[in-house]
Ligand binder design. Structure first.
Ligand code: SF4
Length: 343
């Protein structure tokens, strides 16, 4: 067919056949779809985490737990520790709950509705798995697709209100066949060509279809609503040491960083809580500050240190020399860097 009569999907799939990214959870175009377990795992890991960060986690994870059955049988603490560094620990808890639900069902459901009924699978993830693992036509809209489509159609409404219009526009260009390749092609185009800044429009196979390109303002899309500042909260992280070991605790299952091994902390407050919530009375000394951004607030924590006496018994006394193996979340890893900087 003459190139100018090709649809957006045909142009994009043609580009994808030649320029697709090679990723460990994907099958190249024209080959059978990948194992649904690997598609599901990659999609959960990629929720709010970049491809480059996910790749080593994915490879280590699939070597250790290669199937739903293997993951379903894993120890909760091992899974939480293996997740450390990917952030958003509710995802790890849901991941395990989902693996156990799938193991009980016998297989991952192949429809969007069946997938959405599982823990941790929302609209986007259900659509992506249905399309990529099972070849079903599904409208898949992640942040990359949101950007490409808002530019293609020059959608002027600001996010997040524009999501309905972006989804409807994506529906109009999603093909019946190769829906999985189409979704992955859109993601690839968004991450390699239609980038947030300096999109490479002159190399883009959708240039002739793109209203934002024709109006010379692609970077103006997607239009964003003015951002509200996140609230600032404060806390204290306690480093208690004796005989080359540091006191660690297991955080309660519910709440921030739930179920994770951690340094003892005080409450998260609107002002510096000082030594409130310290694991024991001692001459606590502040040695630095660590900051971490969570979804709904920014946290600034004072790091305090003290020597612990023999009478302090609660928690787990972990060898300081092996602290990197404790699977501590990023917030605590930053506190450790502060402690190590003092030595
Ligand atoms: Fe994005 Fe430019 Fe391609 Fe439009 S022409 S889809 S703005 S890269």
């Amino acid at each position: 067919m003459d190139a100018k009569h090709l649809s957006v999907a045909e142009r994009l799939l043609d580009w994808y056949d030649r320029h697709h990214r090679s990723l460990p959870w994907r099958s190249p175009p024209g080959t059978p779809p990948p194992d649904p377990y690997r598609v599901w795992l990659s999609e959960v890991m990629l929720q709010q985490t970049q491809v480059a960060s996910v790749r080593p986690y994915f490879e280590a994870w699939t070597a250790r737990w290669p199937s739903f059955a293997a993951l379903a049988a894993a120890d909760d603490a091992d899974v939480m520790a293996a997740w450390a560094g990917l952030g958003y620990y509710a995802r790890a808890r849901n991941l395990l709950a989902c693996a156990r639900a799938v193991a009980a069902l016998g297989a991952l459901p192949d429809s969007e509705a069946g997938l959405r009924a599982l823990p941790g699978i929302g609209d986007y993830t259900a659509a992506a798995i249905a399309a990529i693992a099972f070849g079903r036509r599904a409208v898949v809209v992640d942040a990359n697709v949101e950007r490409v489509v808002s530019r293609l159609f020059a959608i002027a409404e600001p996010l997040p209100a524009a999501r309905a219009a972006i989804r409807a526009a994506t529906d109009t260009i999603t093909p019946d066949d190769r829906a999985g390749d189409f979704a992955q092609a859109m993601m690839d185009l968004g991450s390699t060509v239609c980038t947030v800044r300096n999109p490479r429009c002159l190399l883009c196979s959708l240039r002739d279809d793109c209203v934002a390109f024709q109006t010379a303002a692609p970077e103006a899309f997607p239009v964003k609503a003015a951002k509200k500042a996140k609230p600032q909260r404060h806390g204290t992280l306690f480093w208690a040491e004796r005989d080359g070991r540091v006191l660690l605790v297991r955080r309660p299952d519910k709440g921030l960083l739930g179920g994770m091994r951690a340094l003892p902390t005080g409450p998260w407050s609107d002002s510096d809580p000082g030594t409130e919530g310290a694991p024991f009375s001692a001459d606590w000394r502040a040695i630095g500050l660590v900051r971490h951004g969570f979804t709904h607030f920014d946290l600034a924590c004072t790091v305090m240190v003290a020597d612990a006496g023999d009478d302090v018994a609660q928690g787990e006394w972990w060898p300081v020399a092996k602290i990197a193996d404790a699977g501590l979340p990023t917030l605590f890893a930053r506190a450790i860097a502060v402690v190590e900087g003092m030595r």
